[in-house]
Design a protein. Structure first.
Length: 66
């Protein structure tokens, strides 16, 4: 354990970096977002947004009430 003390002394106390683990987590989050966007685009292509006129309810003639 005392062999690691000189290695720790060489580190700059004012510099903090995320390291390899931070990069891996960031890459995983980016990959997950990419897969979610790809899935969302596939689902949005299946949606039909064409709206037709609403059918008139029985008994209505389409005239406004006076």
């Amino acid at each position: 354990m005392s062999d690691l003390v000189p290695l720790a002394a060489d580190l700059d106390q004012n510099k903090v970096t995320p390291g390899v683990l931070g990069f891996i987590v960031f890459a995983l989050i980016g990959g997950a977002v990419w897969l979610l966007m790809k899935s969302m685009n596939k689902h949005m292509k299946r949606v039909d947004f064409d709206e037709g006129p609403e059918p008139a309810a029985s008994g209505e003639t389409g005239k406004p009430a006076a």
